[in-house]
Design a binder for this molecule. Structure first.
Ligand code: SF4
Length: 402
């Protein structure tokens, strides 16, 4: 019997790849990339979606621990019973310690994009945090944004260029050169970026991978690999800027028309001569000079960049340095460069159901991460440690992990 094929979005992670699902008698038998859509692609995890959906290990009802912690003894209970137990515990904590003593932590895979849109805090550009505890009175929603995405894709581009990643795109298709900086599209989502890189390599686009590891992307994109010491990407970007300014290769018109603090930047990067940066980054000075010159002379250079830069103690500033480098090299908002979408050109999303954080000034770690907290309307997850271990600024008594 032929399979019944239906188009849809893969729901295994939030990348939103367009797929076709083949089923027989309502049971998924096969899944493949949608050949008719530009985002039609599928990664290995997506290919295994039927196994995930029908796994014998998949939880099909709530489980309640009945043995001591660590004994892994659980018993199935009904959803109604689970709701009652959870609600009773939460109200008990609120009674004893106040609503902020309960927090929720959401992971990247917890909600696919439409649920993120529905449950994110009100007035926030984009978030995977959940607002379910807001009516309860707790400001403490937090999640993986503390680790990734927010510093690189929200704060850094917004404070540098007034745009966030959701309003930018890499125009790889028209680029003469592509820098793949701190990301590995061969394994990261969305997989469509790897396919775009392979196509670019086929057209003869120069691709450079800056990464401490020689990743699969290097081979699949026939790229030049520039190994770098982890956490030193900002120094490399500043050194490339230093070369561009010293050799007068930067876009003067852009600097005059669109930059604030250009003179201060020029003074600042004087310190980052390639020989100095070599000692910091491990990238040879000659390579730094060569990269800077080829980037400045490229007829369109595009950028793929992700967690390699932000999993460090200077993620925002490193990303800002890279964006500034591309802008002064003349690759911002031009064909083949970092594209900026027209304002108001996004598909409108009804977010009227979003709720505002009821007490953001009481959110955990807000004092230490005020900018993060402001951008996201949430707590910073690192605050859990101080709260649980030291009771600072107050002690959490309940944590929902989703
Ligand atoms: S990256 Fe993979 S798991 Fe995520 S949506 Fe795409 S196909 Fe599914």
């Amino acid at each position: 019997m032929p399979l019944h094929w239906k188009k849809g979005l893969c729901g295994i992670c939030p990348a939103g790849c367009w797929v076709e699902v083949g089923s027989e008698n309502g049971v998924i038998e096969d899944i493949r990339a949608d050949p008719d859509h530009m985002l039609g692609t599928i990664c290995r995890r997506g290919l295994h979606a039927p196994e995930i959906v029908y796994s014998e290990h998949r939880l099909r009802s709530p489980l309640r621990r009945r043995g001591p912690k660590g004994s892994f003894e659980f018993e199935p209970i009904s959803w109604q019973e689970a709701y009652e137990v959870v609600a009773e515990r939460l109200f008990d904590i609120r009674e004893r310690s106040g609503p902020e003593a309960v927090a929720i932590y959401t992971g990247r895979g917890a909600q696919e994009q439409s649920l993120c849109d529905m449950f994110q805090p009100q007035g926030i550009a984009i978030s995977s945090a959940s607002n379910v505890l807001f009516p309860f009175g707790s400001p403490n929603t937090m999640g993986v944004g503390a680790l990734c995405y927010v510093s690189l894709h929200m704060i850094a581009p917004d404070v540098t260029m007034g745009r966030m990643q959701m309003n930018m795109f890499a125009d790889i298709e028209h680029a003469e050169m592509v820098l793949v900086w701190g990301t590995n599209p061969a394994t990261d989502s969305p997989p469509v970026d790897m396919e775009r890189l392979e196509a670019a390599a086929g057209r003869g686009t120069r691709i450079v991978v800056i990464d401490p590891r020689r990743t699969d992307t290097v081979d699949r994109a026939r790229a030049r690999w520039v190994p770098i010491r982890p956490g030193t990407d900002g120094a490399l970007a500043l050194a490339m800027l230093q070369v561009m300014l010293e050799e007068d290769l930067y876009d003067e018109n852009f600097a005059d028309s669109w930059c604030q603090g250009f003179a201060e930047l020029a003074t600042y990067v004087e310190h980052f001569r390639p020989e100095v940066a070599e000692a910091i980054t491990g990238v040879p000075a000659a390579t730094i000079r060569e990269l800077a010159v080829s980037l400045a002379k490229a007829d369109g250079a595009s950028l793929l960049m992700y967690t390699g830069l932000e999993y460090s103690n200077s993620g925002v500033q490193s990303a800002r340095a890279v964006y500034t480098l591309f802008a002064l090299a003349g690759h911002l908002d031009v064909p083949g460069g970092i594209g900026l979408t027209m304002r108001g050109s996004q598909f409108p999303i009804n977010r009227s159901c979003n709720l505002a954080n009821p007490a953001l000034n009481r959110a955990l770690a807000r004092q230490d991460f005020p900018i993060y907290s402001e951008y996201r309307g949430e707590s910073h997850a690192i605050g859990i440690l101080d709260s649980v271990l030291r009771g600072h600024p107050y002690r959490l008594a309940g944590l929902i992990i989703q």
